[in-house]
Design a protein around this ligand. Structure first.
Ligand code: COI
Length: 354
């Protein structure tokens, strides 16, 4: 923990806010006026600053580019109906960033820099937090190795930054997913639980093949047998089968989603039977065939709660009935929207006011 944190602030002369069409936001394309930045040098984090959002200049030998020591987070700030701005569980992101850092042999970031830096960034760019239902200011903390060196060893210098992007929903419609049985996202002992760039890079080729077949996304299976459901890369996945909500347990192959954790807390509080256990693909397919598969949905920060409309497996399509308003997934989604809009009391203590 730092004893004093001073953040130098260099404000833009003129905001770009009025140039943005907030009615037609595309996920991750528009960035707010400022970004947060800090540097790790000589064994400590220093030079914490907020500066105009814009290009960085660095050497072609930047280690993060060559060897992938690069980790990130995804989180959101919301505007309530009372015009307050709130962050959703930022301390969870701070902790997960540091778990990723540990796995990727990178320095941990003091939670104070993360939380206070974000708070000040969002306060400065609060006009960028959208008002519309379900829209948010998506925050993207990023840490990468910044040594100028191409020998293979952990970098000694790192850059941390946070950019902010006003966004609407990530998936505009219920998603068509394919259960992947050839390619692998993560294996035991690997980096699957870390939010590191390489996990996402490795998913792109298999995801593109699935998109060419008409799917939006993959559901990954375990690397050793391809018989158990893991996660979808952009989100964790949950199923409601015969009245029970079932999801795979997190471990070293599945990202510990913060939305996932919140939805499980909600399910418990609302008294739904819940099982966190290895879930066989065969069980999902059998349930889809005999109408026991009541709900299937993805949960994530960007995706929020995204209903699954169709599952593809070994060349067969298993369509799912559209979710009803009283389904668990849509109740949970509405609860989260209402909470972040300030229409629900924050009984779980998930919100931090900016
Ligand atoms: C998030 O949900 O924040 C993510 O990081 C997923 C990303 C692929 C958009």
């Amino acid at each position: 923990m730092l004893t004093t944190l001073s953040i130098s602030i260099n404000q833009v002369a003129r905001s770009r806010r009025d140039e943005v069409d907030f009615q037609n936001l595309v996920f991750g394309r528009t960035f707010s006026d400022h970004m947060l930045m800090a540097e790790f040098r000589d064994g400590q984090w220093q030079n914490v600053s907020i500066r105009p959002y814009g290009p960085l200049s660095f050497s072609p030998a930047l280690m993060g580019l060559h060897y992938g020591q690069s980790i990130f987070e995804g989180m959101k700030a919301y505007r309530t109906i009372a015009n307050q701005v709130v962050l959703f569980r930022p301390e969870e992101n701070a902790r997960r960033l540091n778990r990723s850092a540990q796995r990727m042999c990178m320095p941990e970031l003091p939670e104070e820099i993360f939380i206070e830096g974000l708070r000040q960034l969002v306060a400065l760019d609060k006009e960028w937090v959208p008002e519309a239902e379900g829209a948010a200011l998506y925050l993207r903390p990023l840490m990468f190795a910044s040594d100028e060196y191409v020998g293979l060893r952990p970098s000694e210098n790192y850059t941390f930054l946070v950019m902010a992007s006003p966004v609407a929903a990530y998936y505009a419609e219920p998603v068509r997913v394919k259960i992947e049985t050839h390619y692998v996202r993560a294996s035991p002992g690997g980096t699957g639980a870390a939010k590191t760039a390489g996990n996402y890079a490795a998913s792109m080729h298999p995801a593109r093949l699935a998109q060419q077949e008409g799917y939006h996304q993959l559901i990954w299976t375990d690397a050793l047998t391809h018989q158990f459901v893991e996660e979808a890369g952009t989100m964790n996945v949950m199923f409601k089968i015969g009245g029970k909500i079932i999801t795979a347990p997190t471990g070293d192959t599945i990202l510990a989603g913060i939305t996932r954790k919140s939805i499980l807390q909600l399910a418990r509080a609302w008294g739904y039977p819940l099982e966190e256990r290895p879930l066989a693909v065969a069980e999902v397919i059998e349930a889809a065939q005999n109408t026991q598969l009541e709900e299937a949905f993805g949960v994530g920060t960007a995706a929020m709660i995204s209903p699954i409309a169709l599952i593809g497996y070994e060349g067969q399509h298993y369509p799912l009935a559209p979710l009803q308003k009283d389904s668990f997934a849509l109740r949970a989604k509405q609860y989260l929207i209402d909470l972040c809009k300030g229409r629900e009391a924050d009984t779980f203590g998930w919100l931090t006011e900016v």
